[in-house]
Design a protein around this ligand. Structure first.
Ligand code: NAD
Length: 496
């Protein structure tokens, strides 16, 4: 292994970050990452073998009981604030790195991904500082009593396995609370998006987070870093965001040694648009929930149910808006639509575009690959697509596509809309558009999901519970719910 004290993220290859140092792989294996905008290979990445995963877990274990464990909560909280400030101080580096990996517009990453990456450290630092634990005074036969009180201990070494769609945001959403609670982490970013997770290692060193608290191993899933990490016997808990089928594999690995898991997984979310809604707001919301981040958002609405009296108008207006989306280079001011993350993901989405055609969908807009300027032609571009007319049994309506597309279906009764929304093995999110508060409350209570938005979408207060029902997840994170996963409550019974 070769060690580098500083990873220059503008050069390649990307290294692992283990025990505060940037290191390559002993096995010499590398994989490529591509700039989705042009399709060009832009970086090589070291692929971790068991040796690097083991070194990262050992470093995390040592830091847990060593320098990190020795800090007071107040000291830890102070460092996490400095970390957030350190991300903000290198905002442009993070922005560039994130957009190189994903191709997403700067306008999106600047307002969502990078600020949330920093905020995730501050908010959980403040929560751990302020959340009380419980205590009970009990009576005893001798009359003196006993005081029971709970203390929060860190869970230990936490494996954090991440997807590619919101790389910095989703990774820090887990690393932030894990570190705030006193854990150490080994992060496995998606093989598609290694840059910002690597860059964060530099900031950890810059602000003086002790070596071994934050470790990064790069690689793929099966037979690579992901699997080696999930199966490592010295990991205490696994937190994962990704596809439901991957979650099932990781759960098998976690069963050995009975490690705790927190899973945020796939969805096939419904938007429910009632005739009494504010149509301008519903259209604006549906534009974002269907097409933001080129449809690569787990919380997006790939199924939209619209009350029949406004169905035709809604379809027409969403079409007109979708056709104004402007693909282009991330840094260009006019760009508000990026490419898909990879050729493979685009092929997957295109296979659903084909299926929709074969099944007789009415294609309202899109359905293919757009004409791009010559220099972007090899990028992973795809047209935003709207369909109507498919049966609810169609795979296009039932399966998570994870692309910039939605199927719109009319409904006549509220119960019918709720029943169609619930007719899925997933249960992540719903967006309801209505001017009737009683209806909003009734429908929100009836939909089987972890998150319901009423007259908004993706509005997130990080203190609230976040997670999926049914096959969309296990457990809740956010606010004190993150503390429940990242700490172990221990009761002390003190006889007076
Ligand atoms: P994925 O499941 O393919 O990969 C996620 C991570 O798991 C990657 O780092 C991958 O290398 C790793 N991995 C794959 N196989 C593994 C294995 N056998 N053992 C250990 N690790 C393994 O998901 P993706 O394609 O990167 O992301 C898209 C998916 O993520 C979609 O299904 C989306 O809905 C979901 N997602 C959910 C949420 C949420 O909050 N619920 C948020 C974002 C994305």
């Amino acid at each position: 292994m070769h060690a580098r004290v500083k990873q220059d993220t503008s050069s390649t290859p990307f290294c692992h970050f283990i025990n505060g140092e940037f290191v390559g792989s002993a096995n010499g294996r590398m994989f490529d990452v591509f700039y989705p905008v042009t399709g060009e290979m832009y970086a090589q990445v070291h692929e971790a073998g068991k040796e690097e995963v083991d070194a990262a877990v050992k470093a995390a274990r040592t830091a847990l009981t060593g320098p990190w464990g020795a800090l007071t909560v107040q000291q830890r909280v102070g460092l996490l604030h400095e970390l957030a400030d350190g991300i903000n101080a290198r905002f442009d580096d993070f922005l560039e790195a994130e957009c190189f990996d994903t191709g997403k517009p700067y306008s999106l990453a600047r307002h969502v991904d990078i600020p949330r990456g920093a905020a995730n450290f501050k908010i959980f630092a403040d929560i751990i500082k302020n959340v009380p634990t419980e205590s009970f005074m009990m009576e005893t036969p001798d009359g003196a009593g006993a005081l029971n009180y709970a203390i929060r201990a860190p869970k230990g070494v936490v494996a954090v396995i991440c997807p590619w769609n919101l790389p910095l945001l989703l990774m820090t959403w887990k690393v932030g609370p894990a570190m705030a609670c006193g854990n150490t982490v080994v992060v496995k970013p998606s093989e598609e998006t290694p840059a910002t997770t690597t860059l964060l290692g530099e900031v950890m060193n810059e602000v003086g987070i002790p070596a071994g608290v934050y470790n990064v191993v790069h690689g793929l899933g099966p037979d690579s870093a992901g699997q080696f990490l999930a199966q490592h016997p010295d990991i205490d808990a696994i937190t994962f965001t990704g596809e439901t089928v991957t979650g099932a594999e990781i759960m098998k690995a976690a069963a050995v040694g009975l490690r705790d898991v927190s899973f945020e997984m796939g969805g096939k979310n419904a938007g429910l648009v009632f005739a009494d809604c504010d149509m301008d707001k519903a259209i604006e919301g549906a534009m974002r929930s269907a097409f933001a981040n080129c449809g690569q958002v787990c919380l997006g609405t790939e199924r939209i149910y619209v009350e029949r009296p406004i169905f035709a108008e809604f379809v027409e207006r969403l079409k007109n808006n979708a056709e104004t989306l402007t693909p282009g280079r991330p840094e260009a001011g006019a760009t508000n639509l990026g490419p898909m993350i990879s050729r493979q993901q685009r092929n997957k989405v295109l296979s659903y575009y084909k299926k929709a055609r074969e099944e007789g969908a009415e294609i309202i807009t899109g359905g293919g690959i757009p004409q791009a300027p010559a220099e972007l032609e090899a990028g992973f571009w795809i047209e935003p697509t709207i369909w109507t007319g498919l049966p609810e049994s169609s795979p296009v309506v039932r399966e998570e596509i994870f692309g910039p597309c939605c199927h719109i279906q009319p409904f006549d009764e509220e119960e019918e809309a709720v029943s169609m929304a619930n007719d899925t093995p997933y249960g992540l999110a719903t967006a309801i558009w209505t001017g009737n508060a009683a209806r909003a409350h009734r429908v929100a209570a009836a939909v089987e999901v972890g998150i319901t938005w009423v007259n908004c979408w993706f509005l997130r207060d990080l203190r609230t519970p976040f997670g999926g029902s049914k096959q969309s997840g296990i457990g809740r994170e956010g606010g004190v719910h993150s503390l429940e996963f990242y700490t172990e409550m221990r009761n002390v019974c003190l006889k007076l």
